[in-house]
Design a protein around this ligand. Sequence first.
Ligand code: ADP
Length: 524
Amino acid sequence: MRSPMDDRLAPGVLDGGITYANNLANDANAQLRLLIDNVRDYALLTLDLDGRVASWNAGAERIKGYKAEEILGQHFSRFYPAEDVALGKPQLELEIVTREGRFEEEGWRLRKDGSRFWANVVITALRDDQGVLRGFGKVTRDFTERKLTQERLLQSEERFRLLVESIQDYAIYMLDPEGRVSTWNAGAERIKNYRAEEVLGQHFSRFYPPEEVARGKPQRALRVAAEEGRFEEEAWRIRKDGTRFWASVVITALYDPQGTLRGFAKVTRDFTQRKQTQERRELEMLRDAVLARDEFLSVASHELKTPLTPLQLKLTSLLRTVEAHPESSLPVARLARDLDVARRQVRKLADLIEDLLDVSRISMGQLRLDRTPTDLATLAREVVVRYTPQALQVGSTVEVEAPDPIPGNWDQTRLEQVLTNLLTNALKYGAGKPIRVHVRSEAGLALLTVQDEGIGIAPEQQPRVFDRFVRAVSERNYGGLGLGLFITQQIVEAHGGIVQVRSTLGQGSSFTVLLPQGLDAKPD
Ligand code: ADP
């Protein structure tokens, strides 16, 4: 303290005491003076009885910007904004201190450069042993930062409150610890139809259906939220007019830092529409599944019955022939022809049933491969030879291009099935037109292409033809269960390969199977 009052003012007074000691020669007092001089966070100054600055420390210089020599002897009202001076505030404060011993406030003050800072000010009356007022002690702190932070916090709280209040899609409100509504936003009004003034203070159980209230559900929800921090459910709730809505509800317990339950935050959404849409979709899926099943049953029974009629006819005719002829004169050639027809129809039935069994094996994940070293070229030629009579019958030629052996580790029977499916489809949908089967290998992959010049497949149907029960043709013109390509794809994929279709409606189709030859792998 560099002050003309040095000899009369004890630093102790600035601690809030009002003692006045004249003689301060001891060490403690000297130390205290050093402290006051050096404190930078507090402006510590004294005023004489008229309010003129009598002493000035480093903190005062730092906070207010004046050096001691500039300010000593000046009236302290220069620290106040003009409007406060006009109101006579500085004088008023000194009067209060004189009367009451002490005055404290927070307010704007001026620095030397005219800028404002938010000051926390304590003024203390300095009296001597006889109680005579000798001057004033002033402690000022710069709380500008603190004030700004507080204001920012208030602003952001205010913005947040406005945001919550205006949200329409969510009912967001608070309950006190007993479950009474304590805040209400626009969304709550929209969803539940109560206005704030109707519902504030009411118990939140009124939003529950009566049977749930009877079962104590509202209380249970709060208990769970209080114990676990949070409660969540989807359930029916009641609007003001008594109608129900399907609500998604989250209740969060609000604890203060001391761990006392202060209430609950509730967020509710109206999911009635969503629930209805979901239920409708589930119903539609169920209906589609039932339709698909019924359609399949009708196609399957039709397909299974078709071979039975010629079979029965042939068997009856065979029986008649045998009965009508004495043993020695049986027309052997005709009997053999009829027996062949009968056998082919039985085989057709067996194949259909085998396909159905394959589908159920596949859906139960039981399609097992029995891999052995197999030559795809030989296999293709064999299958084509087997179907030559059928090709002749429909008026198609089948050309095989398989110059080199294409060895691989494959399930031979299953690959035969793939070849058969693709070839019989080509014969069925490309009847009367040439068919080409091409087997080759490229970069460790075996490639098999079966190409026809038949009816083709519409582009929008192409991605679907490998699905189960899918048929892209009318069942009146072409028989079939819609399983061949599904089974084909499953077999190819079980071998780690893929099958692709290329087709132009009215011009023909080409199915290509790509199979890893798997020559390094051990047969499994
Ligand atoms: P299916 O032949 O028993 O109906 P698939 O699974 O073998 O069953 O074939 C599914 C559908 O794909 C067939 O109904 C048909 O519409 C179409 N399809 C298959 N192969 C051919 C082809 N080579 N040419 C034209 N359409 C075909």
